[in-house]
Design a protein around this ligand. Structure first.
Ligand code: HEC
Ligand code: HEC
Length: 353
């Protein structure tokens, strides 16, 4: 789903009719760098060619060889039909002139080899900015707001820049844990659209994960480490005296797994909610999506699943619960405005992958 309408990803197996079987390497290269299909059609930038254009020819050739060695599958996907004027694909040539100008990423001699590798992986291959960088009205990533956080499929991809709301600043080690294992002890686990990202990074060697963590950590050099213990202790008070509806819902539906931190984790790792960025964010969206849809398929083995409460709580209950969680676990942050509307919006969206 994009603000311009639904965009369907086509078949990229080497099937000659419905896939990319007739693509020469030159045609593949043009698609990856310029966003132009073999038949000359402009491709929508939901296909992240603005990132792939930064890849080296050697890597594009390797990708081409790999894709062409896959089993061809005959399968036609729904063609993308956006409303006027976005259906006029030639307009994308103008878009490309404006927004697809960067070439292959050159190594910065002032930086270490690890930083340069991380920069290349994050910005060219893994296109982290496709979700984490906000876009302008024409759907292009705003470079001035690089990795400042954005919405994707009703989830917030949080800021990884100095705008990060994480109560404990992300360090290189924590980023490594999160990207490698899908969970970081001082933050929490991956959910929503970040799950498939971490699942696919499982193929990468440790050195590449470490390089990405190193690079992303370098974006917030002034982050001051926080002592976690008081933050967690302050949020784990006895619920007994709290008789609000939110507190009762939490005690009934959540506390068995997200208990007060003294006992063993029942499911998953039971990372204290007081450390979760989603409770500190300016928007309640990720918390609401997690409550409604749970975490059906944990990104990495060892992480527990979480049930969704879509069918057992009504909108008003979800809103009460979210209000309580915000107050309880992120007391320094202002109450969320418009929670009811946000719950209604979140409920419209399909179950997360
Ligand atoms: C498909 C969209 C998408 C892509 C691509 C993506 N992310 Fe994410 N990312 C998200 C979403 C959504 C969340 C919130 C997940 C949650 O709440 O559990 C997230 C969360 C994160 C977080 C946790 C932030 C916090 O404060 O809690 C980090 C770190 C992160 N992503 C790094 C990356 C890196 C590095 C890449 C590139 C390798 C990347 N992401 C690619 C969507 C994406
Ligand atoms: C059956 C156990 C279980 C129950 C019940 C449960 N959760 Fe979870 N929850 C998990 C697991 C497992 C995770 C993944 C992290 C982990 O392993 O600690 C998680 C993660 C989360 C996250 C972090 C998501 C992210 O994107 O970082 C939030 C927020 C959350 N739960 C809130 C709740 C709320 C609110 C309730 C009650 C409505 C609830 N949970 C009920 C097991 C549970």
């Amino acid at each position: 789903q994009t603000p311009f309408g639904p965009i369907f990803a086509p078949n990229i197996t080497p099937d000659r009719d419905s896939g990319i079987g007739t693509y020469s390497f030159a045609a593949f290269q043009r698609a990856m760098r310029e966003g132009v299909a073999r038949d000359g059609r402009n491709l929508y930038p939901a296909f992240p060619y603005t990132a792939f254009s930064k890849m080296t020819d050697g890597d594009l050739l390797a990708l081409y060889a790999y894709l062409m060695a896959q089993t061809p599958v005959k399968a036609t996907t729904t063609p993308t039909r956006l409303a006027f004027p976005f259906n006029v694909r030639p307009l994308l040539a103008g878009w490309n002139l404006l927004f697809n100008r960067s070439g292959v990423i050159e190594a910065d001699p002032a930086q270490s080899a690890q930083w340069n590798r991380g920069n290349y992986l994050v910005n060219a291959v893994a296109h982290c900015g496709a979700c984490h960088t906000p876009r302008n009205m024409l759907g292009a990533e705003r470079q001035a707001a690089y990795l400042d956080g954005a919405l994707v499929d009703g989830w917030e991809a949080p800021a990884l820049s100095e705008l990060s709301r994480a109560p404990v600043p992300w360090t290189q080690d924590a980023l490594y844990e999160y990207l490698r294992h899908g969970i970081a002890a001082e933050h929490g686990a991956v959910a929503g659209p970040m799950g498939p990202v971490v699942a696919s990074l499982a193929e990468l060697p440790d050195s590449d994960i470490a390089a990405m963590a190193h690079y992303v950590a370098s974006l917030t050099p002034r982050a001051i480490p926080v002592d976690v213990a008081p933050l967690v202790a302050a949020s784990w008070r006895d619920l007994g005296a709290d008789a609000t509806e939110g507190a009762r819902l939490f005690a009934g539906a959540c506390q068995s797994c997200h208990h007060d931190g003294n006992g063993p984790p029942v499911f998953g790792a039971n990372i204290p909610l007081a450390l979760n960025s989603n409770l500190y964010s300016d928007r309640p969206d990720n918390l609401l999506r997690t409550i409604l849809d749970g975490i059906a398929e944990p990104a990495r083995p060892g992480l527990g699943p979480m049930p969704g409460f879509r069918d057992s709580m009504n909108d008003q209950q979800v809103a009460e619960l979210a209000r309580f969680l915000r107050q309880r676990f992120a007391p320094a942050r202002p109450a969320w405005q418009g929670i009811e509307q946000a719950v209604a919006r979140a409920r419209q969206l399909a179950t997360a992958p």
